[in-house]
Ligand binder design. Structure first.
Ligand code: HEM
Ligand SMILES: *[C@@H]1O[C@H](CO)[C@@H](O)[C@H](O)[C@H]1NC(C)=O
Ligand SMILES: *[C@@H]1O[C@H](CO)[C@@H](O)[C@H](O)[C@H]1NC(C)=O
Ligand SMILES: *[C@@H]1O[C@H](CO)[C@@H](O)[C@H](O)[C@H]1NC(C)=O
Ligand SMILES: CC(=O)N[C@H]1CO[C@H](CO)[C@@H](O)[C@@H]1O
Length: 328
């Protein structure tokens, strides 16, 4: 009798445990996932990010971009951080990643976390939190980052090329790229606003300045005065020079990116393309309105949380890496 009661209690327990486990899986990420398992996790990440950004504020932009590149390739699983091996070329070594920077911030945060609570905090969550904290550190918007991502074990260079939107994409291609990640046209125009900070290398846009269609021409969708200005700075074949995407305000997280795009001075074709769809164009116009009615900062917070949910690994999928640049 006692035995069967025990058995019943045990199976109830098991059913309950399975149910709770399922629920956690279904819900995916949650706020303060590490509250019990590593209470200082978010503080350690914030402090590390602050230490770096206060010394090198221009690192905020590539750290935000890193989160985007992580999420668009295999979901937000830290795959962007893995090193290539003798038998595999990783995302890190794909062309779009050649200008990513800030891996040292991720590695420093991970080292501190491994001291405080070994094997608990994923590299994918570190990337998501560092991106948020870096933007906040330059007085940008704050968004709550649900956590509980786990780290992937696969990173393939060619997947970065096929999953990341290219700077020469037109509006149809951009919308399709974002839709394939579950993101809307609004998310596209809002998240493109990330280009309010940071720089672009000449190589990402010189096609617009020289021989655009093979007739020695320039991109007609760019302000011709700005073309002349950029030609002075970027000679054909220049691979090292870079320019601010939101000139004069490239360290300030504000809505002036949309003013730039509205003036047909968006640096990439993908920025200019936001004027080619009625929804995105209306958003650009609304957000560049000097009356200050822009909802950009709030919208950005919302879209970042959506982006941070793309294809996450939770529950017992993936692993918690010990070092962010290689699988366990
Ligand atoms: C819509 C499609 C997008 C395209 C085609 C695109 C393309 C690019 C390119 C080509 C660069 C310049 C890289 C270089 O030449 O060094 C860049 C920089 C940057 N992107 Fe995007 N991007 C897109 C969306 C995003 C999103 C969604 C975010 C984040 C929310 C983002 C954040 C950034 C930041 C912050 C930089 C500056 C990086 C630095 O200063 O080093 N981009 N992007
Ligand atoms: C966008 O690019 C694709 C692929 O090159 C092309 O098929 C399509 O016609 C273009 N769409 C627009 C609106 O330019
Ligand atoms: C422009 O592109 C065309 C077609 O690809 C090529 O034949 C020509 O040599 C290029 N001109 C210059 C100045 O690079
Ligand atoms: C990954 O590559 C970087 C740069 O080459 C190197 O500093 C780091 O030690 C590598 N990580 C591992 C775990 O080998
Ligand atoms: C930061 C980083 O890992 N950059 C790499 C990008 O890819 C090139 C090769 O394609 C490497 O040389 C860079 O080190």
């Amino acid at each position: 009798m006692a035995n069967s009661k025990l058995l019943l209690a045990f199976s109830l327990h098991l059913v309950l445990a399975l149910f709770v486990f399922d629920l956690a899986n279904a819900q995916g990420l949650k706020l303060e996932f590490y509250k019990k398992s590593c209470p200082s996790a978010e503080y350690i990440i914030k402090k590390t990010t602050k230490d770096f950004i206060s010394r090198a504020p221009t690192l905020a932009a590539p750290l935000l971009r890193m989160h985007f590149h992580d999420c668009f390739v295999r979901g937000c699983d830290g795959s962007v951080l893995l090193n290539s091996t003798s038998s595999n070329q990783a995302e890190k070594d794909a062309i779009p990643n050649q200008t990513l920077r800030g891996y040292q911030v991720i590695d420093a945060a991970k080292a501190a976390l491994e001291k405080a609570c070994p094997g608990v905090v994923s590299c994918a969550d570190i990337v998501a939190l560092v991106a948020r904290d870096a933007v906040l550190e330059i007085n940008g918007p704050f968004w709550s980052v649900p956590t509980g991502r786990r780290d992937g074990r696969v990173s393939i260079a060619s997947e970065a090329l096929t999953n990341l939107p290219a700077p020469f994409f037109n509006i149809t291609q951009l919308i399709a790229s974002f839709a394939s990640k579950g993101l809307s046209v609004k998310d596209l125009v809002v998240l493109s606003g990330g280009h309010t900070i940071g720089i672009g290398h000449c190589t990402s846009f010189t096609n617009r300045l020289y021989n655009f269609t093979g007739r020695g021409d320039t991109d007609p969708s760019m302000d011709q005065n700005y073309i002349a200005n950029l030609k002075n700075r970027c000679k054909p074949g220049d691979t090292t020079t870079f320019v601010q995407m939101d000139p004069g305000s490239s360290q300030k997280f504000d809505s002036s990116y949309y003013t730039v795009v509205g003036k047909r001075r968006g640096l990439f074709q993908s920025d200019a393309a936001l004027l080619d769809d009625s929804t995105t164009r209306a958003y650009v116009q609304l957000s560049s309105n000097p009356s200050g009615s822009s909802t950009f900062l709030n919208d950005f917070e919302e879209s970042m949380v959506k982006m941070g949910n793309i294809g996450v690994l939770t529950g017992s999928s993936g692993e918690i890496r010990k070092q962010c640049s290689r699988i366990n």
